[in-house]
Design a protein around this ligand. Structure first.
Ligand code: ADP
Ligand code: MG
Length: 356
């Protein structure tokens, strides 16, 4: 087990900068999610950590040792990929044994470790099968066993769940998390899925265009995005440019003045970010009197999403907001209807200001 440190790591492909001065310290035993949209440099970062592609600039340290120039097999890291990358002609057990053979581990020990690794992912009974005789979830578990059997210092996982269907994805995620915790293995988990990152990781590192946009605990990144990009990526549907007023409030584009938490960067161009689930709606005037912010709105559309309903709201000045409400309870009041006029309200602390 080891900590992993990236010091101003850069990857350039000719003029293209894929990873742009990324610095990151991952503690021993921590599970860090690298989160960001396609093409932001997640895989490139992971593969540089693993030693599969050389860094252009910067250093990578594992357990205090500079591994920047070392080939992959000298870094003692386990890898798991989106497409599993199993050898199709080898049995499950042979696939898992492969890394041990490469390391010249003696046969008896090899067999014991392969068995233990397969038992850990609950596949002991399928050791003799070929990969094509397994489901996607089982193949991914073989890949995980293969990564773990070498007893790596660090586990690197690149979108390990993205080829699985929704239910299996949730199961595998929990399984990976449980194994990771029980082994205490330092893990870097690449994903483009916010929910996955939030629920699996101790810490979430949001990347965009080769750079780290924000690095924090899941709840910090979710509740307090530090940039317009992070807010948008984390599902903040209400984002409005505007300006702070002399009395410390914030004027939205439409002219509405609202109460907000203090701006993070005085003087910077700012946008107001408010999560859709932070807006409450009342059809009876007066109910909202406790909240700092109130806007009279008309419901333009209601989108049923199962657990929740998303309401598209329009203010008198033409501003559009999205409010997310729990779907009506059985026997409770019905959902609000298109065309209804309601009061949207929220506490000042419910929103955040982010640099544009
Ligand atoms: N071998 C390569 N040659 C040139 N550009 C590359 C190469 N590999 C990746 N890139 C580019 O680097 C950027 C980051 O890619 P990648 O790390 O795969 O992103 P992600 O995993 O976040 O989707 C992308 O713009 C991609 O097109
Ligand atoms: Mg990728």
């Amino acid at each position: 087990m080891s900590d992993v440190v990236l010091q101003s790591v850069v990857k350039r492909y000719e003029a293209m900068v894929a990873v742009d001065h990324v610095s990151l310290a991952i503690k021993e035993g921590e599970l860090v999610a690298l989160l960001g949209p396609s093409g932001c440099g997640k895989t490139t970062t992971l593969r540089m950590i693993g030693g599969f592609i050389p860094v252009t600039e910067g250093r990578i340290l594992v357990g205090g040792r500079d591994v920047t120039a070392l080939p992959p097999f000298k870094r003692n890291m386990g890898f798991g990929f989106q497409n599993y990358a199993l050898f199709p002609h080898m049995s499950v057990a042979e696939n898992v044994a492969f890394g041990l053979e490469m390391r010249k581990v003696a046969k008896a020990e090899r067999e014991a470790r392969v068995k233990a690794a397969l038992d850990r992912v609950r596949l002991g009974h399928l050791a003799a099968r070929l990969p094509k005789q397994l489901s996607g979830g089982q193949q991914q578990r073989v890949a995980l066993a293969r990564a773990l059997v070498i007893e790596p210092d660090v586990l690197l996982l690149d979108e390990p769940l993205s080829n699985l269907d929704a239910q299996l994805r949730a199961e595998m995620k929990d399984e990976i998390r449980e194994i990771q915790r029980s082994l205490g293995i330092t893990t870097i988990f690449v994903t483009h899925d916010q929910d996955e990152a939030l629920s699996v990781a101790d810490r979430v590192v949001v990347m965009q265009a080769g750079r780290i946009e924000q690095d924090g605990t899941p709840d910090t990144v979710f509740e307090t995005p530090r940039s317009h990009f992070v807010a948008q990526f984390m599902g903040v549907t209400n984002l409005f440019k505007g300006e702070t007023t002399a009395d410390g409030r914030f004027r939205l584009g439409g002219g509405e003045v609202i109460a907000v938490p203090p701006p993070p960067v005085p003087g910077a161009a700012l946008a107001f970010a408010l999560r859709p689930e932070r807006i409450a709606l009342d059809s009876v005037a007066g109910e909202a009197s406790e909240a700092a912010n109130r806007l009279d709105v008309e419901i333009e559309a209601a989108t049923y999403r199962g657990l929740v309903i998303d309401y598209r709201l329009k203010t008198a000045t033409g501003l559009t907001l999205i409010a997310r409400q729990p779907a009506p309870a059985v026997g409770g009041p019905p959902a609000l209807q298109k065309g209804q006029r309601v009061t949207a309200h929220w506490q000042a602390q419910a929103g955040v200001l982010v640099p544009v």
